[in-house]
Design a protein around this ligand. Structure first.
Ligand code: N7H
Length: 466
């Protein structure tokens, strides 16, 4: 039994995100005054129990044929290790990545230090996430939050370090990230929360996402940390014209495919899904938008033991690298992917491509993904996926029977080699998992981020704001 009114909503259910503003802040030296303000903020924080209330309100809005979107908004708060220390909370929360902070972890992740925003090289104590149906809804909440913390007054108890806004893309691109792919399809269900699962969706124990719940493998954590979750934030810039140009220059050549279709096919093999969301594993040679948009079918697949496996999803495809599903069950001993699952809550940032960028085939304006994910253990979650899987050319190990001498190579979307070596992946050509593709540049560039902890409401009330 999970106490949904004690858990911040972005973790389970998700905040309503047409638009999201992330305010990264430092706590002023008047920590007692900050604690008082934080205490006053608590009733405004959105919890998971709001999910059901919003769903009912939306139904009612539709039933009454009201025009426009039902106005929705949300507010969550999370703290870095430096933030906890500033608040005088020095218990060991037992996650070494969190404790060291993301800047210290950057070499493990193979980030390029000069690509990091200066703001993420400074001390950040926490982040406030404000989301909603429109900029107006979000700005109203931000004004309220600013007033509460005395921002713009001499006694302000938070000092803003950086503010970034993300927006769902317009029109038909809604739900698609900037490379054009439908995103946010495959999420783990959480036992005790998700009552209905889509076919192919696996429910993990709540402790994979929530600290202190059944399935959290770390023992001896402070009791106040229960029902919190680690929030990984990454600002990931995407070189969209350069990515498009790479696809245009390397179309897959097959009888009956136009060059454009050959480029679409290559893109699908890099990601593991077509732009519509249709999985390459189910439809390897052509997109199927009806399948891509059908939640009862678009996640219903697994990789191992498939027929004509040479043509189906490349081992290095982004979705297979970051969630190899049953691939690990072929290993000796068989391994479950469950402890390594994360809940993703990303939103795109930056403008649509300008005419100049399309003409010049070059990025001029910064755009990408505000990547946010939740897990009870960063070393098993984000850090493991980025370091041991996406950046590791030997992962996933190809099936042992019959043995194949295939090195999957890098995740072509997010795999990093500190910008140094040219990356390769295998399996770009349908029909040959051994085919090799060189990736001339990294199309996704980390501009930095931080590791945070999103505490429960009771932890805020009884420990952090005390
Ligand atoms: Fe990824 N993309 O557009 O190419 N991602 N991702 N991701 N990602 C997924 O199933 C993308 C990033 C995962 O269960 C889809 O929701 C981009 C990081 C995981 O089958 C697409 C960026 C990490 C999954 C993208 C980016 C992950 C996943 C398919 C950066 C973790 C689920 C849609 C700019 C370290 C896999 C979907 C599964 C899916 C894209 C970042 C992880 C289209 C552009 C940093 C676990």
């Amino acid at each position: 039994h999970l106490d949904l009114s004690n858990i911040q909503r972005d973790i389970l259910g998700g905040l309503p995100k047409r638009t999201e503003t992330c305010i990264f802040f430092k706590i002023s030296d008047d920590v007692d005054a900050f604690r008082k303000h934080l205490f006053q903020l608590i009733p405004h924080i959105t919890t998971v129990s709001q999910v059901q209330k919003d769903q009912n309100a939306i139904k009612e809005h539709r039933r009454q044929n009201q025009p426009g979107l039902f106005p929705l908004a949300g507010l969550n708060i999370a703290f870095s290790q430096a933030g906890l220390v500033k608040l005088g909370v020095t218990d060991d929360i037992k996650d070494s990545a969190f404790t060291a902070g993301q800047l210290a972890d950057a070499p493990n992740l193979q980030d390029v230090p000069i690509s990091w925003d200066l703001a993420f090289k400074r001390v950040i104590h926490g982040v406030i996430l404000v989301t909603g149906d429109s900029h107006e809804s979000v700005d109203k909440i931000i004004q309220h939050v600013e007033a509460l913390f005395g921002v713009h007054l001499p006694h302000a108890t938070i000092l803003e370090v950086l503010r970034i806004r993300g927006d769902v893309r317009p029109g038909a691109e809604k739900g698609h990230e900037h490379f054009g792919f439908n995103d946010g399809i495959s999420q783990p269900g959480v036992q005790g929360f998700d009552k209905q699962l889509n076919p192919g969706q696996v429910a993990v124990k709540p402790g994979v996402i929530l600290v202190g719940e059944d399935g959290d493998s770390v023992t001896g954590r402070p009791t106040w940390a229960k029902d919190g979750s680690f929030l990984v934030f990454r600002r990931l810039a995407q070189l969209v014209p350069e990515f498009n140009q790479f696809l245009a220059d390397n179309p897959i050549v097959l009888p009956g495919l136009s060059p454009e279709q050959g480029s679409e096919l290559l893109g699908a093999r890099l990601v593991g899904r077509w732009k519509s969301g249709a999985p390459v594993d189910i439809t390897p040679l052509q997109d199927d938008p009806a399948l891509g948009n059908d939640p009862t079918r678009n996640n219903n697949f697994s990789y191992a033991g498939e027929q004509d496996s040479e043509t189906r999803c490349p081992f290095a495809a982004h979705t297979r690298k970051t969630n190899p599903r049953d691939d690990l069950e072929q290993l000796t001993p068989p391994t479950s992917v469950d402890p390594f699952r994360i809940i993703r809550r990303a939103i795109p940032y930056g403008p649509e491509l300008s005419k100049g960028e399309i003409a010049e085939k070059k990025t001029i304006h910064d755009r990408g993904l505000l990547f946010i994910c939740y897990q009870s253990n960063i070393e098993n979650g984000f850090q493991f996926i980025q370091k041991n899987w996406a950046n590791n050319p030997a992962f996933p190990p190809p099936p042992p029977n019959p043995p194949k001498a295939i090195q999957p190579g890098f995740d072509p979307i997010i795999g990093q080699a500190a910008g140094a070596a040219a990356r390769t992946m295998s399996g770009d050509q349908p029909g040959s998992q051994a085919s090799q593709l060189s990736l001339p540049i990294e199309f996704v560039i980390s501009r930095g981020g931080e590791y945070f902890f999103t505490p429960s409401i009771s932890a805020l009330r009884n420990t952090l704001a005390r």
